[in-house]
Design a protein around this ligand. Structure first.
Ligand code: ZN
Length: 263
């Protein structure tokens, strides 16, 4: 069985927590059976990756859920690092169309550096180095936003990025492990982000074995994410953990821990 890990190069969500760097904001670095994928490289990604001895020239792909700065601040930096300064044409980049056009977040001079730049559309299938993945329905979040469902041989892994909650959201996702961006502790209709009540609803409907919460805004941070995660675990019977800056989580182990708890 191949190892599947994720390292959190940051757990900050939304503007204040990012701008003050109360939490780091470098995104998530996956090692999925040896295939390394970086998702949502926010500000500080390169610095935190190097500190963790993660090598950008080993990345198979960089993926972006949407072009808000806390997700894409370092995307041009990471494309340049992945391609050894543009001297080695390698790696794939997957982004929504609006990241490339009209107020683009990927600098034009480095668009020829990766092996390919692929435009993400909603509910489509893609593949990177043997790993098939799908996009979710388009999220409701201001800019073009998609979640990702990675179909690994051992587990299915879904990443649910920023969105306001809407009824079709849960049916767009599946999997053994969900990674959920939860900016808000309490529900608030006027904000385009998920809250803890939304997380509980997602867990009830998607029924994963386990979930990881990340991308915390100020209200989540003040509520102590790890305590909130424990409460949600108690209420839903699904193993939920809160990611910490710099933490590496064994996804196979988390999925099996969740399963053990259910039985
Ligand atoms: Zn956003």
């Amino acid at each position: 069985m191949a190892d599947n890990f994720v390292t959190f190069l940051g757990t900050a969500g939304a503007r204040i927590v990012m701008a003050k760097q109360l939490l780091a904001s470098g995104g998530m670095w996956f090692n999925l059976g040896g295939v390394q994928i970086l998702i949502d490289p926010g500000p500080g990604c390169l610095v935190h990756a190097v500190k963790k001895k993660l090598d950008p020239t080993k990345l198979s792909a960089i993926m972006l859920s949407h072009k808000h700065l806390d997700h894409c601040g370092d995307i041009s930096v990471m494309i340049e690092a992945m391609t050894e300064g543009g001297f080695v044409k390698r790696g794939a980049v997957f982004v929504p169309e609006d990241a490339l056009e009209n107020d683009p977040v990927i600098l034009k001079y480095l668009r020829g550096f990766p092996r390919q730049i692929v435009v993400l559309k909603e509910t489509q299938s893609y593949r990177v180095d043997g790993i098939p993945f799908e996009t979710s329905v388009r999220h409701k979040h201001g800019v073009e936003t998609y979640g990702l469902i990675l179909k690994l041989p051992e587990i299915t892994l879904s990443y649910i990025p920023d969105t306001v909650y809407f009824p079709e959201l849960p049916s767009s996702y599946s999997g053994d492990v969900l990674i959920i961006n939860v900016v808000r502790f309490a529900s608030a209709d006027n904000l385009m982000h998920l809250s803890i009540p939304n997380v509980k609803e997602l867990l009830r409907q998607v029924k994963p074995r386990a979930a990881i919460l990340t991308h915390f805004g100020m209200t989540m941070w003040k509520a102590r994410p790890w305590e909130v995660a424990e409460q949600v675990t108690q209420e839903t019977g699904i193993k939920v953990v809160a990611a910490r800056d710099g933490q590496t989580i064994d996804l196979n182990q988390l999925a099996s821990r969740g399963q053990t708890q259910e039985t």
